[in-house]
Design a protein around this ligand. Structure first.
Ligand code: ADP
Length: 740
């Protein structure tokens, strides 16, 4: 605006901009004025005001004094400017004051009055000592600034925290400028106070938040993060120390986890150490417990006077006064709390509590994230070891059933390169063991999204070796949508080979067994016919030509007949033996007692002729082939009678014992006994320990007993003392409820 005409009011406005804190260069640039001009206006303005504020005098005198030596027009103009300036200053929302060179207050505007809660007229003539009588450090700081100004007139600004009308401390930017009197000497200063508390707090909050955010981003563990967070609060706000508390579920209480302190103070260190040792039970009383219990922040102005603060004595010893605590929250869950201590009394500060709550929520999210990450790592590790332990490799299929992933152990275990399988469906690669319809069934199962187990696939390695895989898989759903399959695989080649060998051996065994059965049957059956011929023709020979033969020939013929008879007996016994396997009936519940009774009936003749005494326990119901059980008893009791001592009638007892899942039957006698080396052999076919002259028999009886017990899946064995008697034991399974 070249050539602009500046009136007094406009000049005053420009100068006031400067008083409010705008820099000289900014003002000059904005209004396109020269610095020298601006300075001149300011000088003028300030000295006008200074004059107007000199202790009140009657207006006439005032005017006379001011007007002295001034042309009327100039006077009128400056009087007008002065009025405007006064009104402006009065209306300014920022506190403005004036003081004389001796430090005595000359006056102030209404904003100053409200700001400090001091009536301005009553304060005229007083000094800063009286304004801040309770805060000597504030007085000292102001005085020092003023001294500097007197020494070096001009302007000066500085920041200072001062107590205001309600006793709270506010951050202020103090702007002071000297002015000269009519004589040109420095007469005093004008001061403007700009309250920068809000700006300061925004800065502090930003500083804390910024530092916390950086710490959270950089550190991995809660234990690393918390001391840094405590430091961010304490260092930014000037608090002495802090601690984090958490709920320790195992100890069933609250525990101090981390601490931080700003100064190397042994008493504070001791206080924090004491805190770290304490565990508090949940409840409403106590500072931290209240915060953790309610999820709300708390403030204590003087911890030494608060009986709800249990560590008051220790805190007092450490020189701590005020405390505040904020909850670490995740939604409506309280995960812990931070507490801070100040060495001086601090009034509850809403702003600080709000800032704390915001940071507390941030920490809550961080802790939840750390926990979630830990849980994830844990479950991944669990999953890894589970799949590694239960299988050889892991695989995944997409929703189109194409293989998308195969863990490295596949190639390790099978020696097959997985590459040709990736991106393909299982049935798109050859598997010699599976037919078209096998694959169709598997495919249908997958299309129904069913899990599958032990699906056996034979693959052929590049060098032509068969590798058998067993696959298990389960469908994967995400938000209810089918996403494919995942599963494990195991190399079962060894098992398959062993199975094949076993099956071949089993087949061979069954074949040779049935051949043997067949052979035994055919042999014993078909041998009887020619034997009968030998017998009858020898007898015929004797009848017709007996008188023509001499004694030797007749004796030889009697040997032939005897041999044929014995052979017949052997063949019959063999037939009976082979029939245990081929003619056996199904096992079903039978009364063992009934079988025993029948055996005793069959043995009646020999019992009577030998004078045998037979006693027995009461026998139970068992699962058996009744005919064979009868035969078992008959053979054992028959032997007990047969192998008696020459001079004693046989005494036989059949005992029963409960042996858990089975019954144990024992047939004991007081007979001739058996030498231990024969305990096994006597159960073999045709094995006998005596000549036919001593004791008749073919040596098949115990072999049949063994075969019968085997067929009943029991055991048979003998205990004996040679010359004293024998006990034959055998076991049979008990009948189980709901099963025969
Ligand atoms: P056998 O009775 O036809 O000789 P077994 O197979 O029944 O055939 O018995 C085999 C052998 O076991 C008998 O020859 C006998 O030496 C011995 N033995 C069997 N039972 C008894 C017993 N109770 N006391 C002594 N020895 C026995």
């Amino acid at each position: 605006m070249p050539g602009r005409q500046w009136d007094a009011a406009s000049k005053a406005k420009v100068v006031l901009e400067g008083l409010k804190g705008r820099s000289e260069s900014a003002i000059c640039k904005r209004h396109r004025i020269k610095p020298a001009e601006y300075r001149r206006w300011r000088r003028q303005f300030l000295s006008n005001i200074a004059r107007s504020l000199e202790p009140r005098r009657p207006p006439s005198e005032d005017v006379g004094h001011l007007r002295a030596g001034m042309p009327k027009k100039v006077w009128e103009e400056s009087a007008k400017a002065l009025r405007v300036a006064q009104e402006l200053i009065e209306a300014l929302p920022i506190p403005v004051f004036f003081k004389a060179r001796d430090g005595k207050h000359l006056g102030a505007n209404r904003a100053w009055e409200t700001y400090f809660g001091v009536e301005r007229d009553s304060f005229i003539g007083k000094t800063v000592n009286e304004l801040f009588s309770a805060a000597p450090e504030v007085v000292a700081r102001h005085k020092a600034a003023d001294e500097a100004l007197w020494r070096n007139p001009g302007t000066r600004s500085y920041e200072l925290e001062v107590p205001v009308h309600d006793g709270s401390f506010r951050h202020t930017l103090n702007y002071k400028a000297t002015f000269a009197g009519a004589d040109g000497e420095i007469a005093g200063l004008i001061g403007a106070i700009i309250d920068i508390t809000d700006r300061k707090r925004v800065e502090q909050r930003q500083a804390i938040e910024h530092r916390v955010a950086r710490v959270l981003a950089e550190s991995g563990t809660v234990a690393d993060v918390m001391p840094e967070v405590l430091a961010a609060f304490c260092e930014t706000l000037g608090w002495a120390c802090g601690a984090r508390w958490s709920l320790d579920a195992r100890a069933g209480g609250f525990r101090c986890e981390e601490t931080w302190r700003s100064v190397d103070n042994a008493d504070i260190a001791a206080f924090l150490a004491e805190s770290r040792k304490s565990i508090y039970q949940p409840g409403q009383a106590g500072f931290i417990r209240r915060v953790l219990g309610t999820g709300e922040p708390a403030w204590i102005v003087d911890v030494t006077a608060e009986k709800n603060f249990l560590r008051g004595k220790e805190a007092g010893k450490a020189g701590l006064r005020s405390a505040f605590a904020l909850p670490i929250r995740l939604g409506d869950q309280t995960l812990g709390a931070l507490e801070f201590f100040h060495g001086e009394e601090q009034q509850a500060d809403e702003w600080l509590l709000k800032t704390g709550a915001a940071i507390g929520a941030q920490l809550g999210h961080f802790m939840a994230r750390v926990q979630a990450e830990r849980d994830l790592r844990l479950s991944e590790a669990r999953f890894r070891s589970l799949t590694a332990l239960s299988s050889d490799w892991y695989w995944e299929q997409d929703e189109e059933l194409r293989l998308t992933f195969m863990s490295g152990r596949f190639v390790e275990r099978t020696g097959i390169d997985p590459a040709p399988f990736i991106g393909r469906r299982r049935w798109e690669r050859p598997a010699p063991n599976l037919t078209e319809s096998d694959w169709a069934r598997h495919k249908a199962q997958l299309e129904r999204h069913e899990p599958f187990f032990d699906f056996e696939v034979e693959r052929v390695s590049p060098d032509g070796v068969s590798v058998w895989l067993s696959l298990c898989g389960e469908p994967v759903f995400e938000d209810g949508k089918f996403r494919g399959y995942r599963g494990v695989g195991t190399d079962i080649t060894d098992r398959k080979r062993a199975q094949a060998v076993l099956r071949a051996a089993y087949d061979e065994l069954t074949r040779s067994n049935s051949e043997l059965q067949q052979f035994a049957y055919v042999a014993s059956h078909d041998l009887q016919e020619p034997l009968r011929m030998i017998g009858s023709y020898t007898q015929l020979l004797e009848r017709r030509y007996g008188d023509k033969l001499d004694a030797d020939a007749r004796e030889f013929m009697s040997f032939i007949v005897e041999g044929a008879t014995r052979m017949k007996q052997l063949i019959e016994d063999l037939l009976a033996y082979s029939r245990v396997g081929t003619r056996g009936k199904e096992l079903r519940p039978v009364q063992a007692q009934g079988a025993l009774d029948r055996a005793l009936v069959n043995l009646r003749a020999s019992i009577e002729s030998s004078g045998a005494q037979i006693t027995h326990d009461l026998l139970p119901e068992v699962s058996a082939d009744e005919t064979q059980l009868t035969q078992l008893f008959q053979n054992l009791i028959g032997n007990a009678i047969k192998f008696r001592k020459k001079d004693e009638p046989p005494r036989v007892h059949i005992a029963l014992r409960d042996a858990g899942d089975e019954w144990r039957f024992s047939v004991s006698d007081k007979g001739i006994g058996i030498e231990p080396q024969y305990f096994e052999r006597i159960f073999m076919v045709f094995q006998r320990l005596h000549t036919r002259d001593e004791y008749p028999g073919t040596g098949i009886g115990l072999a049949i007993c063994k075969k019968v017990v085997d067929r009943h899946r029991g055991r048979i064995w003998v205990e004996s003392a040679y010359g004293e008697g024998s006990t034959f034991h055998f076991t049979l399974h008990k009948i189980q409820k709901g099963r025969t």
